[in-house]
Design a protein around this ligand. Structure first.
Ligand code: MRU
Length: 320
C-alpha cells in the first residue's frame, strides 16, 4: 500500500498527488503553515487524508489554538479536516502528547477504512461492474480507502470490471486508474458525461463513492459530478453506495443545503496543466463539490457496517 501521508517525528512527508501517476515527489512540511498550504494546493487530497495531514500539522505547531484556525481554513467542505483539528485541540487541552495523538488519529482512520473496505467488498458479487467517481483509495485516505478500498478488497477474490470517471477538472480518475492498475483489476476510464449512458444501458451493477461531509439527514457532499450520477443511478435502479469513516460525519448540520461548497480557481477548468484550452477573456465557474440528497443513497458503509438509510446509520453510530 502507498503511504500518502508519513510522519517521521519531526516532519510531515506528503506524496505529491498533483504529479501522480507519472512522477513521485515528496513534499516536506515542518509547521502548520506549510501543512495548510499543502492541503490548499492539493499536494494531499481526499477527505480522510487531509484530516490526517491536519492532525500532524497540529502536532507540528507551537501554538495549537492559532494553528487550528490556519488549518481549518485550508479547505472548507471536507469535514474530516475540522474534525481532526478539533480532536487534536481537545487532546492537547487535556495535556496529551500531540504527536502521539496525531498518530492515534491516523491509526483510527486506518482501522476504520480497513473495515469499510471489507464491508463494501461484501456488496460486490463476482463478475460485478462498478462505477467509481473521483479517487477514494489508499492515496485519498492515508490508509485503505473507502469506495476504491472496497473495490480493491473485492478484487482480491472476485473478477470485477471498473469504469473510472476521469473526474474533471483535476482528473482524480488518473489516480484511481493507477491504483486499480497496480492491483491488476480490469478497468476503463470514461469521460464524466459517459456515465449516464452506461447506467441507462444496464452496464453498471453498482456505483460506489466516497464523501467529504455527511450531515444529519443523510445528505452528503462529494466531488463535483456525484449528484447527477446518483440521480441517474436511481432512475435506472442501480444501487448507489456511499462509503465513509466516522471522521466524515457532521451531525451538527441538519441538511445538505447548509454545507459550504469549496470554489476553486477557474484555471483548473480553463487549463490542462499549463496548456490553455480556452481563449483569453473566457471565465469559468469551478465548484469542487456538490451535494447529493439522502433519497438517492441505497446504503451508507462505515466502519460500523452497512446501513440502509440514515436512521440505521445513526443507530449504528450511537451503539458505537
Ligand atoms: O478535491 P478532492 O480530490 O480532495 O476530493 C476528494 C473527494 O471528493 C473524495 O471522493 C472524498 O474526499 C472521499 S476520499 C475517501
Amino acid at each position: 500500500m502507498v503511504d500518502s501521508v508519513v510522519f517521521n517525528g519531526s516532519e510531515l512527508l506528503l506524496l505529491d498527488q498533483r504529479l501522480l501517476p507519472h512522477k513521485t515527489k515528496i513534499v516536506k512540511c515542518k509547521d502548520e503553515h506549510e501543512t495548510a498550504t499543502a492541503i490548499k494546493d492539493m499536494v494531499v487530497r481526499g477527505a480522510p487524508a487531509i484530516g490526517i495531514t491536519a492532525a500532524y500539522g497540529m502536532a507540528l505547531a507551537e501554538n495549537p489554538e492559532k494553528a487550528a484556525q490556519v488549518l481549518k481554513a485550508a479547505r472548507p467542505t471536507a469535514v474530516d479536516l475540522a474534525n481532526a483539528v478539533e480532536y487534536m485541540l481537545n487532546e492537547i487541552r487535556k495535556g496529551a502528547d500531540a504527536k502521539k495523538a496525531a498518530v492515534e488519529w491516523h491509526e483510527k482512520i486506518r482501522e476504520s477504512t480497513r473495515k469499510i473496505s471489507e464491508y463494501g467488498a461484501a456488496l460486490l458479487k463476482d463478475g460485478s461492474t462498478v462505477l467509481l467517481h473521483c479517487n477514494a483509495g489508499p492515496l485519498a485516505t492515508g490508509a485503505y480507502g473507502t469506495s476504491l478500498g472496497a473495490v480493491l478488497e473485492a478484487g482480491k477474490t472476485k473478477q470485477l470490471m471498473v469504469y473510472v470517471d476521469e473526474t474533471r477538472p483535476r482528473f482524480q480518475g488518473a489516480l484511481t486508474a493507477s491504483e486499480l492498475r497496480a492491483a491488476g483489476i480490469s478497468h476503463k476510464v470514461i469521460v464524466d458525461s459517459a456515465a449516464g449512458l452506461l447506467l441507462k444501458q444496464g452496464s453498471i451493477d453498482a456505483v460506489m463513492v466516497g464523501a467529504d461531509r455527511i450531515v444529519r439527514n443523510g445528505d452528503f457532499a462529494n466531488k463535483i459530478g456525484t449528484y447527477p450520477l446518483a440521480v441517474v443511478a436511481k432512475e435506472n435502479n442501480v444501487p448507489f453506495y456511499v462509503l465513509a469513516p466516522f471522521s466524515t460525519f457532521d451531525f451538527s448540520i441538519e441538511n445538505g443545503d447548509q454545507i459550504k461548497i469549496e470554489q476553486r480557481s477557474e484555471d483548473e477548468v480553463l487549463k490542462i496543466g499549463k496548456q490553455a484550452i480556452y481563449q483569453k477573456g473566457t471565465s469559468a465557474y469551478n465548484p469542487a463539490f456538490d451535494v447529493t440528497p439522502a433519497k438517492y443513497v441505497t446504503a451508507y458503509v462505515s466502519e460500523y457496517g452497512v446501513a440502509r438509510g440514515i436512521s440505521e446509520l445513526q443507530g449504528q453510530f450511537r451503539r458505537g
